[in-house]
Design a protein around this ligand. Structure first.
Ligand code: FAD
Length: 323
């Protein structure tokens, strides 16, 4: 029998993040013959609704309210729970993003539902669905099933393939009013630390620098390569601690977890805490002067050499291919 799955669309700067479409694809797997209902929360989100339909949602429910202009767990949980109460879904899918990590436990608690977080793969059996998620900083994977109550999962960005966009797909879009009580947190200002580049957690290509990059200036060739490949620059904590770059670029156990198609680690030794954030990347290239560096143990391709010679050479070669 088909299920009704509620999926949260996540916006940044007014545009939907890719993880929203991946959540729809995950929702489709869980819904079977049922329906995927996308939820959009914000102060002006109407324009994004059709995109959710085009990527596979059957219906979209919009809650617009000035109190939802900035994310707060207080405001978003009130709005989402109100939609949940009206729709009574069999399952919920939210992205395992900063927003999702904050919001989902709160909702799970209110619904008294079990939550499987950070799902990277969904396996559909004949009479059950299994969720696969990394544990022990990505060193092992566990398989989980929900045997009772609603399905509630968060999905790691960049792991579940989104469906192909269908410009002609039609679906119902409905706005509902939700009375949001006074918020306990008021966001007065948002200060951006990173430039308007590609979002690190959704980037398909990441060029990451470590302490071997030696200075903020040393990140320039990495940025050049990232720009050429339409990717983002990331960093080890070593590089952040040394003040070569901002902590918002940190990848690892206490930084961002990323799964790009291509991860190029430049001057990064490969500490376990760094690998926790990048070892699930599809293809890993390591550039390091030290042939014994641990990063080579997880690399698909290793280049022993000086990053300041190798990175510009790579950029030059990619530029020729792209020309
Ligand atoms: P280093 O270990 O100093 O390595 C620099 C590398 O650059 C060396 O391998 C060297 O051979 C190479 N190199 C130098 N010059 C060149 C050159 N010209 N060309 C090519 N290679 C060169 N770390 C993270 O990254 N992310 C985390 O989230 C994180 N969380 C942590 C949490 C905890 C609780 C703790 C204790 C640590 C955490 N760390 C984290 C820190 C981690 O243990 C390492 O200290 C850190 O990752 C090292 O950064 P690095 O590889 O850039 O520096």
């Amino acid at each position: 029998m088909g299920k009704k799955i509620l999926v949260l669309g996540e916006l940044r700067d007014g545009a939907l993040r890719n993880v929203s479409f991946e959540a729809i694809a995950a929702g489709k797997k869980l819904a079977g013959d049922g329906e995927v209902v996308a939820v959009l929360l914000g102060d002006s989100v109407q324009t994004q609704a059709q995109l959710m339909i085009q990527f596979g949602a059957d219906r979209v429910i919009i809650v617009e309210n000035e109190k939802l202009g900035h994310y707060t767990s207080d405001g978003f949980s009130q709005a989402f729970l109100s939609v949940e109460a009206q729709e009574k879904p069999d399952g919920i899918v939210i992205g395992h993003t900063a927003l999702g990590k904050d919001l989902s436990p709160k909702i799970a608690n209110k619904l008294n539902a079990g939550l499987i977080s950070d799902v990277t793969k969904i396996e559909e059996g004949s009479d059950n669905v299994t969720f696969i998620r990394p544990i022990f900083s990505g060193k092992a994977f566990e398989k989980k099933e929900i045997v009772e109550g609603p399905i509630f999962i968060t999905i790691r960005p960049n792991n579940i393939d989104m469906l192909e966009k269908d410009e002609f797909r039609k679906g119902d879009v409905k706005s509902i009013a939700v009375d949001i009580k006074d918020l306990r947190t008021i966001i007065q200002d948002v200060v951006r630390k990173t430039s308007d580049g590609v979002d690190l957690s959704e980037a398909k290509v990441i060029i990451a620098g470590g302490r071997g990059v030696k200075s903020a200036e040393g990140f320039k060739p990495l940025q050049e390569l990232a720009d050429l490949l339409g990717g983002a620059v990331g960093a080890s904590r070593g590089a952040c601690d040394a003040d070569y770059c901002d902590y918002s670029l940190q990848i690892g156990q206490t930084g961002k977890v990323v799964t790009p198609d291509l991860y190029i680690a430049c001057g990064i030794s490969g500490a376990i805490q760094h690998m926790a954030g990048m070892s699930n990347s599809k293809v890993i290239v390591a550039i390091n002067k030290d042939p014994e560096a641990s990063i080579f143990n997880v690399a698909d391709y290793g280049i022993v050499g000086d990053l300041f010679e190798v990175v510009p050479l790579l950029t030059e070669e990619f530029r020729k291919i792209k020309a």
